[in-house]
Design a protein around this ligand. Structure first.
Ligand code: C2E
Ligand code: MG
Ligand code: MG
Ligand code: MG
Length: 283
């Protein structure tokens, strides 16, 4: 507010504001160049079958190394990418890179793993999304059932016509859909019946207090029971301790993901895991 840039605090306040605007502009121009400058890359985090302890999939997580600012966290640049619409070309790059990588691992190791790719609401409003997914699958020759798209509750609650028709097209292509950060968004369960969802990912905030936090334990059990009642798989996010994993196993949770089982890692580390070079855990 220009009005606040009065006499006394003016200098301090205005310059703080200027710095914020400047860094926003810097991030935005930086993000526009990031793709062509090869500053974006992916890390992959293992998803483990709780019963068999096998690696069954990975989640692709976007990373950005800015030439001056260094590593910028997704939570700092994804919202900006959404606002500016840059998430659409960036998201297409993520999809293509992740699918190519899974094919490369498949050829190297003879093992098929699933890859989960995060999609933001903005990408869902893009009428070309299904076409992008289709061409990526076509180019890479990846089985659609090895591609999982992670959406949030908010994305599915938006019943804009574009969202609905995109969901229908994706279902026809045969990719899997899962709900990320489940339990933190809108609480309507209607969309679970309406859409062909494969899995719910229990948000890390419910897992982090386990096993002590009895409320989060109750919520976790309830989500697992509901998901199984609807014939959906359950993935626990943010599993950091052996006690948490043990409890989840006891609750019948299907898959687990978290620092205990593997940090988000470069493709070589996952490749080694698949080749059987190390046992289960990536550090
Ligand atoms: P998310 O999809 O819920 O991803 C899980 C986040 O939790 C990741 O943060 C991951 O590094 C972190 N994490 C995993 N295990 C643990 C754990 O045991 N403990 C803790 N404390 N954290 C854990 P990251 O990589 O910073 O990503 C943050 C968010 O950015 C993601 O949340 C996702 O919403 C978004 N994001 C990341 N990559 C993409 C992308 O390619 N496209 C879109 N649209 N969004 C993305
Ligand atoms: Mg995710
Ligand atoms: Mg999540
Ligand atoms: Mg998230």
């Amino acid at each position: 507010h220009a009005k606040n840039c009065g006499k006394n605090n003016a200098k301090l306040y205005c310059s703080a504001l200027t710095t914020r605007i400047m860094s926003h502009v810097k991030l935005e121009t930086g993000l526009r160049r990031a793709l062509q400058n090869n500053e974006l890359y992916l890390h992959y985090q293992p998803q483990i079958d709780v019963r068999s302890a096998q690696l069954v999939g990975v989640e692709a997580l976007l990373r950005w190394r800015h030439p001056e600012l260094g590593l910028v966290a997704p939570d700092d640049f994804i919202p900006l990418a959404e606002e500016t619409g840059l998430i659409v070309p960036i998201g297409a790059w993520v999809l293509r890179t992740a699918c190519m990588q899974v094919r490369a691992w498949q050829e190297q190791s003879g093992r098929a793993v699933r890859v989960a790719v995060n999609l933001s609401a903005r990408q869902f409003k893009d009428e070309n999304l299904a076409q992008t997914v289709l061409s990526v699958l076509d180019e890479t020759g990846l089985d659609p059932r090895l591609l999982e798209l992670e959406l949030t509750e908010g994305t599915l609650m938006d019943d804009a016509q574009a969202t609905l028709s995109t969901l229908e097209q994706l279902r026809a292509i045969g990719v899997y859909l899962s709900i990320d950060d489940f339990g933190t968004g809108y609480s309507s369960m209607n969309y679970l019946k309406r859409f062909d969802v494969r899995a719910l990912k229990i948000d890390r905030s419910f897992i982090s207090g386990l096993p002590e936090d009895s409320e989060n334990a109750a919520i976790t059990r309830a989500i697992i029971a509901m998901a199984h009642g609807l014939k959906l798989a359950v993935v626990a996010e943010g599993v950091e301790t052996a006690e948490q994993l043990q409890l989840l196993q006891q609750y019948g949770c299907d898959l687990a993901q978290g620092y205990l089982l593997g940090h988000p890692s470069p493709e070589e580390a996952i490749g080694e895991l698949l080749m059987g070079a190390c046992e289960t855990v990536v550090r």
